[in-house]
Design a binder for this molecule. Structure first.
Ligand SMILES: NC(=O)c1ccc[n+]([C@@H]2O[C@H](COP(=O)([O-])OP(=O)(O)OC[C@H]3O[C@@H](n4cnc5c(N)ncnc54)[C@H](OP(=O)(O)O)[C@@H]3O)[C@@H](O)[C@H]2O)c1
Length: 326
């Protein structure tokens, strides 16, 4: 049986601009498609141009199909306003190139959905020297958000940053000294724990970033999309996933996108910050004690700025710290 929650079908202005990372498949695909089908301008930030372009064609074909079927809540556009910009979260240079490309468009930015992610992974370090899961799921999204904040803070009311986290964060414990995991040998490195921790960091970022953005037009929320049948599951132990499938009903990817879409477009959530949603319901009490620990949040914040020090410009530092670097 389908879940009981969904999202309101609202008409989004064509000049409402939304970026969704990792939107060529899975939850991100349906999130981007539906937000575009309701009228917004959507940029899908993906690492493969080929997969992204295929996804855009498929979104347009499905849009026409939905129109034919008389689906409620579709925009009057003939073709979706979706475009691709390259973003590879395993490279901080790639994040910076994305930011430059976006700035050249001169577009405003109203919603940033940090959705791209990888699951459990063997121990691996990026060209920037960071543990891969930490960088792809958390650190690059932090850098992206930081550089887009100066645009969002001048884009008018109700701008939203949405961090797609997950319930697995509850099993990821915060240990500052273990963030990079370099003290572990390949065989003792626990890739599942590093996935869980990356989801924890995203919720911690929500709280610490909101403290800096209090009183501004930009809010940060975070969410658990549910257990969803996507390619991400291939990274986990198939026996454990099968066991879970017997205990809970896994959602199809479209259903898995509902919590993200709701957080992005529900008018009743305008101005709402510091909320962790699960199945579109506020569920902040289900954020772990580590996620809500302000000391840990600030430790992570400081460590993050250290990792990103070569990539932060004055305007960004000013927003993140309230002070100019000079
Ligand atoms: N599925 C679940 O049950 C579940 C539960 C809780 C949370 N989540 C979260 O939901 C989000 C979406 O995951 P999903 O389930 O939809 O998985 P998915 O189908 O595997 O989609 C992941 C997306 O992230 C992209 N991606 C991976 N590495 C990237 C990189 N280095 N740079 C840019 N993009 C990259 C992938 O692109 P490619 O196609 O190029 O690989 C893909 O578009 C993730 O953050 C995940 O942690 C999922």
């Amino acid at each position: 049986m389908a879940s009981q929650h969904s999202f309101p079908r609202v008409s989004l202005p064509h000049d409402r601009v939304v970026i969704v990372t990792g939107a060529n498949q899975g939850i991100g695909y349906h999130t981007a498609k539906w937000i575009a089908m309701m009228g917004a301008t959507v940029i899908i930030a993906c690492r493969s141009e080929e997969r992204a372009k295929q996804a855009i064609s498929q979104m347009n074909a499905e849009f026409l199909e939905e129109k034919k079927n008389g689906t409620e809540g579709l925009s009057d556009l003939e073709k979706l306003n979706v475009s691709f910009m390259r973003l590879d979260n395993s490279s901080l240079q790639s994040v910076m190139a994305f930011v430059t490309e976006f700035k050249v468009t001169g577009l405003k930015l109203h919603v940033l959905i940090c959705n791209a992610g990888i699951g459990r992974h063997k121990q691996e370090y990026t060209e920037d020297g960071n543990e891969l899961i930490f960088q792809v799921n958390y650190l690059s999204h932090f850098l992206l958000t930081a550089h887009l904040l100066p645009i969002m803070t001048t884009s008018g009311p109700d701008c939203r940053v949405i961090l797609v986290s997950g319930a697995q964060h509850q099993f990821g414990h915060f240990r500052l000294e273990e963030i990079q995991g370099k003290q572990f040998k390949e065989e003792t490195f626990d890739g599942l724990h590093y996935y869980r921790r990356s989801k924890l960091y995203q919720i911690m970022q929500m709280f610490s970033m909101n403290r800096r953005l209090a009183g501004s037009n930009v809010t940060v929320t975070s969410l658990h999309p549910g257990a969803v049948e996507t390619g991400l599951l291939d990274a986990f132990d198939p026996v454990k996933i099968d066991k879970q499938r017997k205990e809970v009903r896994f959602k199809q990817p479209f259903e898995g996108s509902w919590t993200s879409i709701n957080a992005a477009i529900n008018p009743s959530l305008s101005g709402v910050r510091d909320v962790f949603f699960a199945d579109s319901q506020p569920s902040t009490e289900s954020a772990s004690t580590d996620a809500r620990n302000e000391t840990y949040q600030e430790q992570l914040w400081e460590y993050t700025l250290t990792c990103l020090k070569d990539f932060l410009t004055d305007d960004v530092i000013e927003i993140l710290t309230g002070q100019s670097s000079k």
